[in-house]
Design a protein around this ligand. Sequence first.
Ligand code: SAM
Length: 303
Amino acid sequence: MLFASVSSSVSPSVSSSVCVRDALSFARERIGPVDARALLQHVTGFGHARFASAPERQLDPRAWQDFEALVVRRAAGEPVAYLIGWREFYGRRFSVTPDVLIPRPETELLVDLVLRERDRAQRLQILDLGTGSGVLAITMALELPRADVTATDVSPAALAVARGNADALGARVHFIESDWWSALADRRFDLIVSNPPYIAPADPHLGQGDLRFEPRGALVGRGRAGAGDLAEIVRSARANLRPFGSLLVEHGWDQGAAVRASLSAAGFDAVTTTKDLGGNDRATSGISNPEAAPAPRPADPRV
Ligand SMILES: C[S@@+](CC[C@H](N)C(=O)[O-])C[C@H]1O[C@@H](n2cnc3c(N)ncnc32)[C@H](O)[C@@H]1O
């Protein structure tokens, strides 16, 4: 028999079978409805339409057990993306593990900005600094098939995830383990993109939501304000850019003015900040002026 009703007072795990409707009502007492459907889809392979059209459909006992365990973990705060093992970015599915940042929708803005300026026929040398799961590098490699894309990360575990994603999606990307510029020597690129860690170490958001489970090295930037990695990237980028090459970085909603100032000071022209869909400053770009003097080295490059 199915559960007549699955309530928090009854442990569904004692039953050998449960239907879609009862599984979802068990989950909805503990987590949000969107998360509940994503987890149920993950364990059953049923599409969302099936949940509505066949609510009496039985889950096999193994699927039910797995679902119950995932609901409990989600209720304890673990991100859905880590529980199901993937997140969509620019219309493609990327594997994610707790070794990498969960790709954010606002980061898709960087791809939009690149594609607005560049076309598929161009032969370009592109660099993605701090690639994480590889979303930016892989998406650019697939959207700009003639580009030669290099991606770096300081984390070997992140690079393993990114390599797996490139293989799964059929993208040709050259991955290098590197602490920002250290392994790049004098390689020159037409375009450098980066979404570096930029959150301040004392930011209270680090103790909330998904951020509690993501790698600290992917979130927290160096220096008291968290802007030290951005500063390091901007300051040194021109040495690895071809004349009139572009730098495009993602940053925090309150970092736009500082990033614009550091790009201008480092010898970039046409410095522009673009807002995300939420209306917040999110990405700043500039074009390397080959006539400009080398960027001055700040007293403390980490702040
Ligand atoms: C905010 S995550 C961005 C990941 C991915 N690009 C994305 O947009 O989802 C920043 C990435 O930078 C990497 N990172 C942090 N410090 C680094 C460093 N010193 N050199 C290279 N990569 C670094 C982290 O490991 C992490 O993967």
